[in-house]
Unconditional design. Structure first.
Length: 482
């Protein structure tokens, strides 16, 4: 007997799949030498249509595919997150790959494949579906990272990401095999029931360590961070932007699903480990970032430090901690995408990602300079921007959970991060320009820069609705232990 499928619950993923197949057919039919970027145009139209469709799904709840696929408030929240992120990433791709001609089309299709993977991760209620979803996302990222075949840094980044990613996949599967051996199921509800009625054993601890190692790779937590700097620097910048927001958010969805839901009954036995990892991760990321000369490498180590801040919410293990992760990621979405929009436009104009070349950017483009400044101070956690209230929420969560020492370490790290963020700001506004030519910005990119600025400022000043949305996502989470 085939399982009864509720197609309403998987309608968004179905539509994304239809778009991917349709665009593939269009790419085959189109002549190879065309002036207009038809795949890019169709992709934007489809993305905005999917966002409108996503808005109609806010009240959908249920489980289908024999309990493997769930549509709940957490899944809905992050699917919107991914769709918004993809609008920016597609625009970056359109601008970044102008010189590649028809080779852009394959890249667009890989982005659609990554979007399906991220949406499936958000709705996974079974370890096998979660693994397959992560692999769909990760394999597309492998290819996109090494997409610039003539760039040795891109090839190197792709190889490192592939090798370490394959190792992380092996850890995840090995951990699942132990859980299956104990519970005879890969469904989240069965494994959660087991955790609620059994104490942690050495075998279950080993399974959790293996699974967290795989999740740690996705979120770039120490000691699973080795790939970050080289991949961030070598990958095409749109891929780096997707890694910094989409892939990281997907990793934290897995963390929330598992460690606030499935394994939530054992929280008291793993929270201290997460707190220590949080402290080490944020400290390492910030200290190493201080010595970077490449802007993409700097944001790579910055990404490691932000993984440490986000792990504070996981260590807290509370409703405020989980909703703080969601809220922080929402602010991080606009902040990081704003920074990478500037990096792409600057690198197209100057052919450089070196921080020294950003000297005097304010004299060449006031909009780029302003956007980068707002992104940097938001990442540093300065009020009244989105990054400040995100950090404040996570600090409150760990203090309420009794980890005052972790909040103090986070405070010290915030001060450290101010150094290298403001160092870049000094280059932009204080140092004399090496080249005074004006940087031209296309109209569509100007619009996205303004939207990113609005997101950073509005989320920081009017936190209430966004924090409520983050809390609602957690409260309605399938099998939540909170």
């Amino acid at each position: 007997m085939f399982p009864v499928i509720d197609w309403k619950l998987i309608s968004l993923e179905t539509l994304i799949g239809i778009v991917l197949v349709a665009l593939t057919a269009v790419d085959i039919v189109l002549p190879k030498k065309v002036d207009r970027d038809w795949i890019g145009i169709f992709s934007f139209v489809a993305l905005f249509g999917l966002i409108l469709f996503w808005l109609t799904q806010g009240n959908l709840n249920g489980v289908t595919f024999s309990g493997m696929f769930v549509m709940d408030s957490l899944a809905w929240f992050f699917k919107g997150f991914f769709l918004i992120a993809m609008v920016f990433v597609f625009a970056m791709t359109k601008e970044f790959f102008k010189s590649l001609g028809e080779r852009r089309n394959e890249f667009y299709l890989l982005l659609w494949l990554a979007l399906i993977g991220m949406c499936l991760v958000a709705s996974s209620a079974d370890f096998l579906l979660m693994f397959i979803s992560i692999e769909i996302l990760t394999i597309s990222l492998y290819v996109m990272t090494a997409y610039l075949k003539s760039d040795k840094l891109s090839i190197e980044a792709g190889m490192k990401y592939l090798i370490l990613g394959a190792l992380a996949s092996g850890f995840f599967l090995y951990g699942i095999s132990f859980l299956y051996g104990m519970t005879r199921s890969t469904h989240f509800d069965v494994v959660q029931g087991y955790c609620q009625t059994h104490a942690m054993t050495p075998m279950t601890l080993f399974a959790l360590v293996l699974i967290f190692a795989a999740v740690g790779f996705k979120i770039a937590s120490v000691p699973f961070h080795m790939w970050v700097a080289d991949v961030y620097q070598g990958a095409p910048t749109p891929v780096t932007a997707l890694l910094s927001v989409g892939s990281k958010a997907a990793g934290f969805i897995v963390l929330i699903r598992l460690f606030f839901g499935v394994f939530g009954a054992w929280h008291g036995q793993w929270s201290l480990v997460l707190a220590v990892l949080s402290a080490v991760t944020m400290t390492y990321g910030n200290l190493v970032a201080m010595f970077q000369t490449n802007i993409k490498r700097l944001l790579g180590y910055s990404s490691i430090s932000h993984a440490g801040y986000l792990l504070m919410g996981a260590a807290a293990g509370s409703m405020l901690g989980a909703s703080g992760i969601n809220f922080y990621l929402l602010g991080y979405l606009f902040t990081n995408l704003a920074a990478f929009l500037v990096i792409i436009l600057f690198s197209i104009a100057t052919k450089s990602d070196e921080i020294a070349d950003y000297a005097g950017l304010s004299q060449r483009s006031g909009l780029l300079a302003c956007t980068m400044l707002l992104a940097l101070v938001s990442l540093a956690g300065m009020p009244p921007l989105a990054g400040f209230f995100g950090k404040f929420t996570l600090l409150m969560a760990v203090i309420q959970s009794g980890y005052v020492w972790l909040a103090l370490i986070a405070g010290v790290n915030i001060v450290i991060s101010l150094y290298y963020y403001l160092m870049v700001a000094k280059r932009i506004y204080v140092d004399p320009a090496r080249n005074t030519s004006v940087i031209a910005i296309p109209v569509n990119m100007r619009l996205l820069l303004v939207l990113a600025i609005i997101g950073i400022v509005v989320i920081g000043i009017f936190q209430g609705p966004f924090l409520d949305a983050a809390m609602t996502a957690v409260k309605g989470m399938y099998l939540s232990h909170l």
